[in-house]
Design a protein around this ligand. Structure first.
Ligand code: B12
Length: 422
């Protein structure tokens, strides 16, 4: 028999608000297994605990799932920590004696730390479409022997077509500058040593089903999209095939994407343009050790700037500078390169949000000289859950390098993300 499950989106961050696509994807997966699922979206609620309490009293749910998309806003300037606000919500569910499962990209970064911080019952790491129904099966048959379950290994359910847009108030999100997301694959094969998404198992969705999902949304009047992949171009053949399929269906939409510097070729940009991709946010590191492990160099960056100009795609670079032990001349080289090559915009971060279980956290744990460059005093029991940043560059140094060139913006000083600039 199916279970009655409430899925809660507690994400109230508004710069911009983000449609809880992860929960919509879970609805498709859980309904396929005959569970009854309801979404409680608290994004625009002024009384989140009250709303949660009300729905829990009105209907009898077997289980509550809470999505944790963000631990914090991840940027040093105006940083916001979100987990404190979740404590009363967890308490509210516990008061009704209903088990709580946590999941989401923020949760997956530090699952045991968050489970403990919020005192929830279970957690699912990574994509939930396959593992969540399996977890429910075990739970129903009283066969649960652990608190954490890993969705990375088991991957996505390729047979799901996400016909969505009806269980969440999309018009409200769009009114507040939200954008409709879609995902082509999960995981990332990049090796950025500071990133919580690095080196995760890659699993591709079926291209025809992704296009069906987009067509369904376009039919409801939504025509502006953003990818929800870590990076769109994990695999060049898949990326090009996706663009070609989108061109063929001619849906009349436009889209923005996250990309990394490799792999690429000229055809990728040609077909991105023809499929109406208008904005690329490209993740770039000034540190040549990181460039090397992600297999790109300055020649690749030059080519990408040129192709974006040739195919009329705006290029917004998200640049990270000042990784531990990176010399200043390496940072300067990148800033000078961008001044000369001039993409559309460059957002600079020089404070690294440190997450437990990353190579950056290990580096810091082993080196007292790096611990001195953290945003708060370091102790040996630091678990990196509450925001803590590493930086050896000062704002003055960075501003001096930029030298008032308005191509560059320091990330986080003005709220918002790249697509909002268009
Ligand atoms: C695309 C994206 C954006 C787009 C979103 C566009 C859109 N409308 O959807 C934009 C550019 C707007 C954006 C903005 C921001 N983002 Co962003 N974003 C992403 C990205 C790449 C994908 C998120 C996504 O939608 N994934 C696809 C969905 C389907 O996956 P999902 O939500 O994770 O859900 C799956 C699983 O997690 C699981 N699951 C989820 N919930 C639950 C619940 C239960 C109970 C269970 C069992 C399972 C489960 O199952 C789902 C299906 O598989 C992620 C990184 C990543 N790869 O996840 C960063 C990421 C989430 N973003 C991040 C950040 C920091 C932000 C901003 C705060 C940036 C800023 N300072 O402005 C804002 C926040 C906006 C907001 N209101 O929340 C960070 C969060 C880090 C942290 N410290 O927590 C991430 C992890 C990137 C990173 N590596 O740092 N983002």
């Amino acid at each position: 028999m199916g279970l009655k499950i409430l899925l809660v989106n507690p994400n109230k961050f508004q710069n911009p608000p983000v449609i809880p696509i992860g929960l919509e994807y879970l609805v498709t997966a859980l309904e396929k297994h005959n569970h009854f699922v309801q979404i409680l979206d608290l994004c625009f609620s002024n009384t989140p605990e009250k709303d949660l309490d009300k729905i829990l009293r009105k209907k009898s749910f077997d289980l509550v799932g809470i999505t944790i998309r963000n631990i914090d806003s991840a940027i040093y300037f105006n940083n916001q920590f979100f987990l404190t606000d979740l404590k009363p919500l967890v308490k509210c569910v516990k008061a009704q004696n209903i088990p709580i499962v946590l999941g989401g990209s923020g949760f997956s970064a530090m699952p045991s730390e968050i489970l403990c911080y919020l005192n929830a019952d279970y957690g699912i790491v990574g994509p939930g479409e396959t593992i969540f129904p399996k977890f429910l099966e075990l739970w129903q048959s009283n066969n649960i022997t652990q608190k954490l379950f890993d969705g990375w290994v088991i991957g996505v359910d390729k047979e799901l077509v996400n016909l969505r847009g009806e269980k969440v108030d999309y018009p409200r999100y769009l009114k507040e500058e939200g954008i409709v997301g879609f995902q082509t694959h999960v995981g990332c094969n990049n090796l950025c040593p500071y990133c919580i998404e690095a080196n995760t198992q890659v699993n591709y969705k079926k291209i025809s089903y992704i296009i069906d999902e987009l067509a369904y949304l376009v039919n409801q009047g939504y025509k502006h999209f953003h990818t929800c992949d870590t990076e769109f171009n994990t695999n060049l053949t898949f990326s090009i095939d996706f663009c070609l399929a989108l061109i063929k269906r001619n849906l009349g939409l436009k889209w923005a994407l996250y990309m990394k510097p490799t792999p690429y070729n000229e055809n990728l940009f040609k077909y991105l343009h023809e499929s109406k991709a208008y904005l690329i946010t490209l993740s770039v590191d000034s540190d040549e050790r990181i460039q090397g492990s992600n297999k790109y160099d300055y020649d690749d960056l030059t080519q990408i700037v040129n192709y974006c100009q040739k195919y009329d795609i705006k290029l917004a670079i998200d640049l990270l500078i000042g990784y531990p032990n990176e010399p200043l001349k390496s940072v300067k080289k990148m800033i000078d390169f961008l001044k000369n090559n001039r993409p559309f915009t460059v957002g600079i971060s020089f404070n690294y949000r440190v997450y437990n279980h990353t190579p950056l956290a290990s580096l810091i744990k082993d080196d007292p000289s790096l611990q001195k460059k953290l945003s708060k005093p370091y102790t040996d029991d630091e678990n990196f859950l509450e925001p803590i940043f590493y930086s050896h560059l000062s704002q003055e140094m960075v501003e001096e390098l930029i030298d008032q060139d308005d191509l560059f913006k320091l990330a986080g000083i003005i709220p918002g993300v790249n697509y909002q600039q268009f």
